[in-house]
Design a protein around this ligand. Structure first.
Ligand code: ADP
Length: 291
């Protein structure tokens, strides 16, 4: 092999981080009376761990910029660009949404006039030319995801014929069918009742081990954050920054049931630890009068 060839091979082995925030600040409506700095000095690197993916849970008080962090990764036009700093995905500045990133919201985001199958093929249809898929290949891929999220037999139904949990399964299938390497979930289960929420947590936990994507989830539930996350970040009150970060706070729990896991003494200790850190950050903020 030529010298040039060797250099190229070595270079291609260097993996860019999946997501990197460098001292990011976002102020909405700057220079007006409505100016609001949602985040400041948000700084982190999520390294690429091939065939693994990572699950990052973000908790924090309301208004501390949690959704803003996700929206900046997604590159939504009403949030992009950051006021200060850099948001990089695989080493490149984020300038808009892309097929490599998929978002799942709290509100069911399915199209009401499309069947479950057509909701799931929607993203594939949009990117049909790039993907080079025939109609039957798109349908096959969508049916595989419909099966994976447990909606077999519901593919011809319309969203209004489904329960809240089933609609959220459609949203998950719609996102995962495009095989994104980054999945962003903004309080995806807060509208669901407790048993359905546990079902969805179990599903996401299983799927995440299969898809090896890097997942960011914003949640109000500290138990959910700990059950799902390899890392748990607590944002400070606004301007939000990562005030505390926990890694592998509970032992690996592949295949474990959320309810059983949450009964474990180690899990309860972990919840206590995160709640204490959360409260400390809030009271430190109040002490500085920075409210
Ligand atoms: P969190 O998810 O922690 O509750 P958000 O990221 O939603 O916090 O945002 C914090 C605040 O920033 C919001 O309450 C709102 O005042 C402001 N904000 C968020 N997005 C926008 C936007 N697109 N335009 C104007 N203000 C926004």
């Amino acid at each position: 092999m030529s010298e040039g060839g060797t250099a190229k091979t070595t270079e291609s082995l260097v993996l860019e981080p999946v997501v990197e925030f460098r001292q990011v600040e976002k102020t909405f409506n700057p220079g007006t009376r409505k100016a609001y700095t949602a985040i400041r000095d948000v700084d982190f690197v999520i390294e690429d761990r091939p065939d693994y993916g990572e699950f990052i849970s973000i908790v924090g008080p309301s208004g501390s910029g949690k959704s803003t962090v996700l929206n900046l990764i997604q590159g939504f036009s009403d949030v992009y660009p950051p006021t200060q700093g850099k948001v990089l995905v695989r080493g490149k500045n984020v300038t808009g949404p892309g097929r490599d990133r998929g978002m799942i919201f709290q509100k069911y985001s399915s199209f009401p006039h499309r069947s479950v199958l057509r909701n799931v093929t929607f993203g594939l249809e949009i990117h049909r030319d790039q993907l080079g898929l025939s109609r039957s290949e798109m349908d096959d891929r969508a049916m595989e995801l419909i099966h994976r999220v447990g909606l077999d037999g519901h593919e011809s139904k319309y969203p209004h014929q489904l329960s809240g949990g089933q609609q959220q399964r459609v949203a998950i299938a719609r996102t995962l069918v495009l095989k994104p390497s980054i999945v962003l979930m903004d309080e995806p289960f807060s509208a669901l009742d407790e048993p359905t929420r546990h079902e969805m947590q179990r599903l996401i936990h299983e799927l995440w081990h299969e898809i090896h994507a890097t997942v960011f989830i914003v949640t109000h539930s500290i138990s959910e954050a700990i059950y799902l996350g390899d890392r748990v970040w607590i944002m400070t009150p606004a301007p939000g920054r990562i005030g505390a970060a926990f890694e592998d706070i509970i032992p690996p729990r592949q295949g474990s049931d959320p309810l059983t896991t949450q009964e474990m003494p180690q899990f309860k200790e972990a919840v206590g630890e995160v709640v204490r850190a959360f409260n400390l950050l809030e009271s430190a903020h109040e002490d500085t009068g920075d409210t």
